[in-house]
Ligand binder design. Structure first.
Ligand SMILES: C[S@@+](CC[C@H](N)C(=O)[O-])C[C@H]1O[C@@H](n2cnc3c(N)ncnc32)[C@H](O)[C@@H]1O
Length: 214
């Protein structure tokens, strides 16, 4: 069951050029990932699930140049915008993968290698019949935990109160994870995301959860 829907819409000529010429230079392949080769000199790799249009990804890459970031997103134009900014800024600590992050975690990320996984504002799928499409479910959390090395963190944020209740329960019951932050306000080191701005304007503050791999 997919946790996303693919967005349509026209891709303009400039973005088409970014997608065909620039994105491939920053993309990880569809095969097991060699982080040491992809990020020479950087030993901490954080994977972001669903980076959207990448504003927060760019901000954290600039704020933390010693941390390697892999942004995984199915929305191609979102990845294109991120890569265009990363290229313009000359950053060397960002790679991307265009596709389903759950597939990438299962197939391409070796177990216990990531310093962290960030799931910021996952699609809430509010209708009951769609709940099974949510990213934060016991099976997906077990997969994510298995890819984080001991001491590394899983950071989830949402502005949807009902989803926050579910996230709280799923994370509290994850056997390999211990809580650092439960339902906290945005920690200062997490940049505000594009999606979060809309929630704040509508009076929905974010709730952050940070759990550490045991
Ligand atoms: C609500 S948006 C939030 C985007 C961004 N994190 C932000 O806060 O602005 C959720 C994003 O997750 C992406 N997404 C959902 N499931 C995904 C998956 N399995 N793999 C990769 N991306 C996914 C969607 O395409 C969408 O762009």
């Amino acid at each position: 069951m997919l946790t996303f829907t693919r967005r349509g819409g026209r891709v303009g000529p400039h973005m088409r050029q970014v997608l065909t010429e620039v994105v491939p230079r920053y993309s990880l392949p569809a095969e097991p990932w060699d982080f040491a080769g992809a990020f020479p000199g950087l030993s901490e790799v954080v994977l972001e699930v669903g980076s959207g249009s990448g504003e927060a990804t760019l901000a954290m890459a600039q704020a933390e140049p010693a941390i390697a970031i892999v942004a995984v997103e199915v929305h191609e134009r979102g990845l294109g915008s991120l890569v265009r900014s990363v290229d313009e800024a000359g950053l060397r600590n960002v790679k991307v993968f265009s596709g389903d992050a759950l597939v990438a975690l299962r197939r391409y990320v070796p177990p216990a290698t990531l310093a962290g996984i960030r799931v910021w504002f996952p699609d809430p799928w509010p209708k009951t019949r769609h709940h099974k499409r949510r990213l934060v479910r016991p099976d997906n959390v077990a997969l994510m935990a298995s890819r984080i090395r001991p001491g590394g963190t899983l950071h989830v944020a949402t502005d949807v109160a009902q989803y926050a209740d579910v996230i709280a329960e799923v994370l509290a019951n994850a056997p390999d994870l211990a809580p650092d932050i439960v339902r906290g306000p945005r920690p200062p080191w997490r940049p505000k995301t594009k999606y979060e701005h809309a929630g704040l304007e509508a009076g929905r503050p974010a709730q952050d959860f940070v759990y550490r791999r045991i």
